[in-house]
Write a protein that binds this ligand. Structure first.
Ligand code: PRX
Length: 660
């Protein structure tokens, strides 16, 4: 924990009373259609988790049924012990065998558009995808990839990314997908950590109208480590690249003659499915391990219920597959639900700031899933971009990745959802594999800023460091008290870090690292990372609440709040604020800052009032869109920036902020 934190109870000042019951038409058809239905099933799932999860697992294909649903020796869980299944089989073959081979599995759209403004769109059916996946699976085998070998994938959002991951899953080779925005050093660190000998990359990708030189980065990575023996390269961005003899080989060459029949390997339920690296608080990447059966069942069921998926839906998650959101909610949880999943290659502002709304209109998207950081950017770009398009196909809106400020939530609901779609704020982590706190869209009354109630089987609570539940509306440590099927099985090669990070803060419970409170209706409110809490004159202030206080002012689009050393109060509150319009200068700027401080004091109370406000046009964010508060803490304290900034999206922002 940082020096600004010394207690595990946080104060909460955020008052939010707007409530939105589920739309009646949606509830009438929903998988979980009333609060009573949720309560009943939730109770059953907690009292008899094994019975509940066995029921869900039976909706999927198993080569061999399990002998035992759960074996739990804290902190080690085994789910569907003795069972054999395959993720790729459940995404593809199961649909083809049910006669649905001609239905669309993935709709891929290019970022680039032609002279008439038209992108390239590919509709990949389950049969197409099965054939392409089988071909690449056979190619991988021919290149020497065996069950258990880790294949590193560093690709842009092109169909070959989905194909490569499903091909790995098909033959039992765990994948380690590295987001295309990462650099040579990040590739090297990850390859070394999991001792991967195979890499799949592309010449380049497209992002915001420019090509990203992926093979060049990969070459840089491969210069730093000599582990990679074979590198398969997809030709996509038509960039001239060197191919190293004996190591580099074109994707199109290896698949041309490969057979399109490759039976899926029966995988033990607890066989490693993939490793996904997250950056921990130290610079060293943390390889989160997920296994096969439990992850498969959990992502399938959460997709079905949280997005209330039905035949006829068109689903779009805007995340990159390089993040857990893309793993779980573009591919592994969605394809088994037999609903087309859109995969969009590029950025939200190419060729114009209305690209996302254009995609929704053209494909008649019904369920849309994006991140608060994107929503706040859209707010800043203005309503006119949205109003150019007919978004009436939408039935549900999801959000993930960060706490969503109530005002951004309201904007999303009103402007994007036309006031008729439930907003599903999903709280979860790379480590949890799937949604943990999430509204059940046909059953849950939502309230802006809250991720509401637990998913089935999830025993989640807000506690103090002794593991005792704290009173209603008091902030504390968010913990999960019972195992769930998609939980991480460890940190690759680092047992100690697994135990230290997740199992040592509160005995016998999984700690997520987030602070939260539970309100009188049983709804959960995430208050930010525990490490980010600021103690101001002895009061613990959650950064999230002050940020939401700022965003509730009409001039503000986004805010990041951190603590800095303060002679009298111990810590002061510094706020970095992005405005909806241009940044004023001189006296105008001072006037606005004073008004914003006053506004927060009025909304949350004087203790939460920022001491310093800096107006800025950008914030330092990781490539997955999370604000890097530790950098802002150093900037606010006026000290030299310490620590790793390799995951920062735009390094020039730091310099600009230091000058403000
Ligand atoms: O702090 C929480 C925040 O993101 C963290 C997990 O990050 P990551 O592993 O990158 O996974 C992101 C996609 C699941 C959490 O510990 N977070 C994620 N979703 C929410 C959230 N905070 C508040 N509300 C959310 N809906």
């Amino acid at each position: 924990m940082s020096s600004t934190t010394n207690s595990d109870q946080m104060q909460s000042a955020l008052q939010e009373s707007r409530k939105f019951p589920p739309p009646a038409a949606l509830a009438a058809e929903a998988h979980v259609g009333s609060p009573e239905a949720y309560e009943k099933l939730y109770k059953e799932s907690i009292e008899d988790p094994e019975g509940f999860w066995a029921g869900a697992a039976k909706e999927m294909h198993w080569f061999k049924p399990w002998d035992k649903v759960l074996e739990w020796n804290c902190p080690d869980a085994k789910w569907f012990v003795g069972g054999q299944t395959n993720l790729s089989y459940n995404c593809l073959d199961r649909q083809v065998e049910a006669g649905l081979g001609d239905q669309t599995a993935i709709i891929w759209e290019s970022e680039a558009v032609d002279a008439k403004g038209k992108p390239t769109v590919l509709n990949l059916t389950y049969s197409d995808l099965l054939s392409k996946v089988s071909k690449f699976a056979n190619a991988l085998k021919k290149l020497g990839v065996k069950k258990g070998d880790v294949v590193t994938i560093y690709l842009p959002m092109i169909p070959e990314l989905a194909i490569a991951m499903l091909a790995c899953a098909r033959i039992g080779a765990p994948h380690s997908i590295i987001f295309g925005g990462f650099s040579a050093q990040a590739i090297c660190d990850r390859v070394n950590n999991c001792e991967s000998r195979f890499l799949v990359t592309a010449d380049g990708g497209w992002r915001r109208g420019k090509s990203v030189p992926l093979k060049k980065n990969a070459d840089g990575g491969m210069e730093l480590t000599d582990r990679i023996e074979t590198c398969v390269v997809v030709k996509h961005a038509q960039i001239d690249i060197p191919m190293k003899d004996g190591r580099d080989i074109w994707y199109h060459d290896v698949v041309t003659d490969a057979s399109d029949v490759c039976p899926a390997e029966p995988m033990d339920s607890e066989d490693l499915a993939f490793i996904l690296y997250t950056s921990g608080s130290t610079g060293k990447p943390k390889g989160i391990m997920h296994t096969t059966g439990g992850y498969m069942v959990y992502t399938y069921l959460t997709s079905k219920i949280s997005f209330d998926l039905h035949p006829g839906d068109v689903y779009w998650c805007t995340a990159d597959i390089g993040w857990i959101t893309g793993h779980s909610y573009i591919i592994y949880g969605i394809l088994p639900n037999r609903v087309p999943s859109i995969m969009y290659e590029g950025g939200p502002n190419h060729p114009g700031n209305d690209r996302f709304w254009d995609i929704i209109e053209r494909h008649k998207v019904t369920k849309f899933y994006t991140a608060p950081t994107a929503i706040r950017t859209f707010m800043k770009w203005g309503d006119a971009e949205v109003e150019k398009h007919d978004l009436s196909s939408l039935k549900l809106l999801g959000t993930v990745g960060e706490p969503i400020n109530p005002e951004a939530w309201m904007w999303y609901r009103e402007k994007i959802g036309g006031g008729r779609c439930p907003v599903v704020d999903t709280w979860w982590q790379t480590e949890t594999g799937g949604h943990m706190l999430v509204p059940k869209p046909g059953a849950t009354t939502t309230t802006p800023g809250s991720c509401t109630t637990p998913f089935f089987g999830i025993d989640i609570a807000v506690v103090n460091s002794d593991g005792e539940e704290v009173p209603t509306n008091t902030g504390g440590i968010l913990v999960i008290r019972k195992p769930w099927p998609a939980m991480l099985r460890g940190v690759f090669g680092d047992r100690e870090r697994y135990i230290d990070t997740y199992w040592s803060k509160v005995k016998g419970m999984y700690t997520a690292g987030d602070g939260a409170r539970k309100d009188e209706d049983g709804n959960f409110w995430i208050m930010g990372r525990i490490d980010d809490v600021i103690i101001v004159a002895g009061h613990n202030i959650g950064t999230m609440e002050v940020e939401s206080g700022l965003v509730s002012h009409p001039a503000v689009a986004e805010a990041a709040v951190v603590g800095y050393p303060h002679d009298i109060k111990g810590n002061g509150i510094a706020a970095f604020v992005i405005l909806r319009g241009d940044i004023p200068v001189g006296e105008e700027a001072e006037k606005l800052k004073a008004e914003l401080a006053k506004h927060v004091a009025k909304e949350l109370g004087p203790i939460s009032k920022p001491d310093v406000i800096k107006l800025t046009d950008a914030l330092p964010k990781t490539r997955s869109g999370k604000i890097m508060r530790r950098l802002l803490r150093d900037i606010a304290a006026g000290v030299e920036i310490k620590g790793d900034i390799t995951t920062l999206e735009d390094k020039s922002i730091v310099e600009k902020l230091q000058k403000r």
